[in-house]
Design a protein around this ligand. Structure first.
Ligand code: NAD
Length: 359
């Protein structure tokens, strides 16, 4: 029978990276068997492991291997060993480098509370209700983090500035990502800006309104960033997709992940203009627990589900993985980071095996 073939480049990285990626691959392969597709993996070096092998956090061959793939799955990079290197030679420089080399301008971060893990949410149970499921869509390569910056002396005093700067094309493409993402979810976009004060926000909002005309099936509302930060802890259930600039999205996505509670559970995707995307857990390489077999692989497994949905259009397989993760949580299985009460303690490999079985 005809089988679809996809090429995945793996950046296993440092610390717990290789341990959690190994579990995600087991789950991906099981999903491929069930849904009739085959995944071909190519390993490439990025981060500390690349520095050790080549002297560079992001070797050229790695960029080429990522460009040649249908999608990239990343564990995490960094660790104590490389902490004293200069900035451009540190493992994290590889992360920024690969995002820009692949033109990944959209960051998608789901912040979801799974019913059985409600206890990990710092908000009162009556505020989150049965569940919370938000997708933050953040612009990743423009705005104040990349705008004109400098220092000068004014009246004998030192001064510094950074510039929030967006073109309509930059806003249009990220808005399309948000509206398309909403179409696959709750069909609602909340645009976040500061249009009451900032000219760049006024252009941002005008552009979002124009793009919205092409998505009459998606509801759109607007919040100023200060109000949005407040609403996220006051009534998070009102949100489906949040659309924000680089700096506002940076802040809101961290706030949303804190509301969701468990860092070992949260996935992310970075997308460019085409289907190629980079998928990774939001947590780091956790050097404090590396090699102990206790890291939570679920954020990486859920990142693999996003990879199937957004880069390979294998929607049914993605749904099945997410359902399998919910099932193992319902069964009470917990790695130590999410263990509470009468949960059943399991290690990294057992958790991966349980998800495969639930699939
Ligand atoms: P971290 O996310 O690695 O760890 C923070 C805490 O959460 C630690 O106690 C860790 O044990 C725990 N934790 C994280 N992921 C876990 C998981 N899957 N299961 C169980 N526990 C988990 O953040 P940090 O300690 O600030 O950074 C460690 C290293 O990771 C640094 O070198 C940092 O630069 C790097 N980092 C990399 C990325 C990335 O690769 N995208 C992101 C953030 C930090």
């Amino acid at each position: 029978m005809y089988m679809k073939n996809y090429r995945i480049t793996l950046l296993r990285g440092d610390g717990i990276g290789p341990e959690i990626v190994a579990e995600a691959l087991k789950v991906l392969d099981a999903a491929g068997e069930k849904f009739q597709f085959r995944l071909e993996y190519t390993d490439a070096l990025m981060g500390g492991c690349a520095i050790d092998a080549t002297g560079q956090p992001l070797p050229d061959e790695t960029v080429e291997a990522c460009r040649a793939a249908d999608a990239v799955l990343l564990g995490a990079v960094g660790g104590y060993k490389w902490d004293t290197l200069p900035g451009h030679l540190r493992p994290e420089a590889g992360l920024l480098g690969i995002r820009s080399a692949l033109g990944l301008f959209a960051n998608l971060r789901p912040a979801k509370i799974y019913g059985p893990l409600k206890g990990a949410c710092p908000l009162r149970p009556d505020i989150i209700g049965d569940s919370m499921d938000i997708m933050v869509v953040r612009e990743l390569t423009g705005g104040i983090y990349f705008g004109k910056r400098g220092r000068e002396t004014v009246n004998g005093m030192e001064a510094a500035y950074d510039t929030e700067y967006y073109t309509t094309a930059e806003v249009e493409r990220i808005a399309h990502v948000a509206f398309n993402s909403a179409r696959k979810r709750g069909k609602k976009v909340t645009n976040v800006d500061k249009a009451n004060v900032l000219e760049s926000s006024r252009l941002w909002r005008e552009t979002v309104l124009r793009v919205a005309e092409g998505y009459p099936d998606v509801e759109l509302n607007h919040l100023y960033i200060d109000n949005a930060a407040m609403q996220l802890v006051r009534n998070p259930k009102q949100f489906d997709v949040i659309l924000a600039s680089n700096i506002f999205g940076d802040i809101l996505s961290d706030e949303a992940s804190q509301v969701a509670g468990s860092i070992g559970m949260l996935a992310s995707a970075s997308m460019g203009g085409g289907k190629l995307g980079l998928y990774e857990p939001i947590h780091g390489s956790a050097p404090d627990i590396a090699g102990q077999g206790i890291a939570n692989p679920l954020a990486t497994i859920l990142s693999a589900a996003m990879l199937l949905r957004y880069s390979l259009d294998e929607e049914a397989a993605a749904d099945a993985i997410e359902t399998a993760v919910e099932k193992v949580l319902d069964q009470g299985l917990r790695t130590p980071d999410i263990l509470a009460g009468d949960g059943i303690r399991v290690g990294t490999v057992e958790m991966g095996d349980a998800v495969v079985k639930a699939l």
